[in-house]
Ligand binder design. Structure first.
Ligand code: NAD
Length: 489
């Protein structure tokens, strides 16, 4: 499309990148359309930052670092609190931007914005509790002091499925620690990021402390391989995480929060109704586009037929709609056509290999426009089906029966991924066996909300390294310094 056509079809926002305390609009380079996945309409045309803008942002962050580090934790906390208040005040506007570019229903989007505000408040509290330790020395007249210092300039890269929270965890922890940041949101959800940075700007964050560069994978690659980056905080797919590890160049601290394929075990003692409710929520919320979505379900054989029947009934009740027109809908469209094609391929693969279709299995007949797909339950699944071992990242769960709990735990653990696992059980022995033996970064028992902001969140094996959330998330932005003093006293 030519530049002239581009101007006609949708707005070119005046706010695209935020560098050194100011908004930067179109620089005349590459750009991409932001499309509402419910309607197919182009809602904005965002410029893509090239290497020059990336470099300007990193230079600004480096320049701002010493003053931000030395500002003092109380002042940093005050600024984070102020930003959190503005996020809360603007929840509707940021939520609307999110729904219109990502697709999740408005009420859910606003809920995510509220969680971002709480993240800033949480890390404001943590900022003032960063302290080191003293270590006794054997020799008289010596003292060892261990101090914690911010690591420097962090590159923060996020995906599109939680476009506010996944930026917010990095901003909250990084700013509290005293780091400066360059943030690159997903190319699918740039408008949510602009709304967040407007809050940081209006809260009075000093120039250069947090910078925003819009763009795609090329922009991200230029950022992670920039020689003046000290830390990379990446959330996204396993393939891109591995690529970053291989190509980042230089010695950099890195945290990778990657994909998963998360199991749910329904144990012999499970409360079946609670397990059905949990599976319907965590399998399908945000159209299954959740790194910790339930993908594969193992049910004790005596409960199996009833579980499948009740899950299908619960999933049939989920209301799918355009989430701007119907803010309280359960589900919106998927975010993009690539994701929808992957879902179709996984469902086809399972059916070809003998799975039974409980519900869904196609695009809703009454929604020819938009990336809608019916929530789908597949039963009698076997391990070689893609839904049982690869990340579908869509509104599909595969269900299989098992005969004893050891077998179920072995099936759950038999994966190169290790992000989150879920289980329903009432017997205390089963609860302990499940919580101890499931090898995942998060294990949720009798609930399906595996993450809370004040507890560590991270993956094992191919699901990544490092942690976000909690004090552990903050520690990732800090380095230790051992000072050994011969004071002679
Ligand atoms: P993605 O890996 O395609 O993209 C993520 C981000 O990386 C985007 O901003 C993208 O522009 C950027 N990027 C792409 N190529 C890059 C490169 N070579 N160098 C640097 N940056 C690059 O992932 P996605 O499709 O946006 O998100 C879905 C994936 O994210 C799923 O696999 C999901 O499981 C994962 N995810 C993980 C977590 C977690 O906490 N573990 C949370 C949410 C999503």
């Amino acid at each position: 499309m030519s530049k002239a056509q581009r101007q006609e079809t949708a707005a070119v926002p005046a706010k695209a990148h935020y560098i050194d305390g100011g908004w930067v609009a179109d620089q005349g380079g590459a750009w991409r359309e932001v499309v509402n996945p419910a309607t197919g309409q182009t809602i904005a045309q965002m410029p893509i930052a090239g290497a020059a803008e990336v470099d300007r942002a990193v230079v600004a962050a480096r320049r701002a670092f010493p003053a931000w580090r030395d500002l003092g934790a109380q002042r940093r906390a005050d600024l984070l609190r102020a930003a959190g208040r503005l996020v809360a005040e603007r929840r509707d506007a940021i939520g609307r931007a999110m729904t219109s570019e990502q697709g999740k229903p408005l009420n859910e989007a606003v809920g995510e914005v509220d969680k971002l505000a709480k993240t800033f408040a949480f890390y404001a509290e943590e900022a003032v509790r960063i302290h080191g330790s003293t270590i006794p020395n054997d020799e008289a007249g010596f003292a060892s002091v261990v101090e914690k210092e911010p690591i420097g300039v962090a590159a923060a890269i996020a995906p599109w499925n939680y476009p506010a929270e996944l930026i917010g965890w990095k901003l909250g922890a990084g700013l509290a620690a005293g780091c400066t940041l360059v943030v690159k949101p997903s190319e699918w959800t740039p408008l949510t990021a602009v709304g967040i940075f407007e809050c940081l700007h209006d809260a009075g964050l000093p120039p250069g402390v947090a910078n925003l560069i819009g763009g795609d994978g090329g922009t991200g690659q230029a950022l992670v391989s920039h020689p003046d980056i000290d830390k990379i905080a990446f959330t996204g797919s396993q393939a891109v995480g591995e690529q970053i590890f291989r190509t980042m160049g230089g010695i950099k601290s890195v945290s990778l929060e990657l994909g998963g394929t998360c199991p749910l075990i329904v144990a012999p003692s499970a409360d079946l109704s609670a397990a059905v409710k949990g599976a319907a929520r965590r399998g399908f919320r945000n159209m299954g586009q959740v790194c910790i979505a339930i993908n594969r379900i193992y049910v004790h054989r005596p409960l199996y037929a009833r579980f499948v029947e009740e899950l299908v009934a619960a999933v049939r009740k989920l209301r799918i709609d355009d989430g701007l027109a119907d803010p309280a809908a359960d589900l919106g469209p998927m975010t993009n056509a690539e994701g929808l094609a992957k879902v179709e391929a996984h469902v086809r693969d399972a059916l070809e290999k003998g799975a039974k279709l409980g519900c869904g299995g196609g695009r809703p007949a009454d929604r020819p426009i938009g990336h809608f797909y019916e929530p789908t339950v597949l039963s009698d699944c076997t391990p070689e089906m893609l839904v049982m071992h690869a990340e579908t990242f869509g509104p599909v769960v595969g269900v299989a029966p098992y005969d004893n709990l050891d077998e179920a735990i072995a099936s759950a653990n038999d994966s190169p991924y290790g992000l989150a696992a879920y289980a329903y059980a009432r017997d205390v022995g089963e609860i302990f066996a499940l919580s101890r033996r499931l090898s995942f970064g998060s294990v949720a028992i009798n609930n399906v909300d595996a993450g809370t902001i004040n507890a560590p969140y991270g993956g094992r094996r191919k699901s990544g390294i490092g942690y976000e959330h909690g004090r552990e998330g903050l520690e990732g932005y800090l380095v230790l310094k051992h000072v050994r003093i011969r004071h002679g006293g």
